[in-house]
Write a protein that binds this ligand. Sequence first.
Ligand SMILES: [Zn+2]
Length: 143
Amino acid sequence: MTKRYNPNKGKINRNYSISEIALLYGVHKNTVKARLRRGLKRIDDHRPYLILGRDLKHFIKDLRTINKRPCELGEIYCFKCREPRIPAQGSTIFEAESSRFGRIKANCNVCNSLMNKYFRLADLVLLQRHFAVILPLQQKRLG
Ligand SMILES: [Zn+2]
């Protein structure tokens, strides 16, 4: 991914749907959904998902940083520190989100804010080795 997106395209005080962001940046809706899996924050879990313009702007700015400083295995990008961070000891939780994807939740070892990282379930064993996980895979409750 080498395309540069202008972080100032959206207005910080309005909410955007996935389709609106896709239109704004001339990308496919699936690209926006993939961004949500990479850490773009949505307002809540209600559909249709809405993204605050301010979060969109920060995320697009952070994308550049992420691309410049990729996370090592065992690290998660902390959106507050704007750096890849190692999870605080014992804070890492693996959750199955679907039959193919899971999510790692952990607290940053520097600022303690919640970090998220999506991964393919196929990579679970490899990742668990690097994140020194004590807890087993948690199944997310549906409904
Ligand atoms: Zn942090």
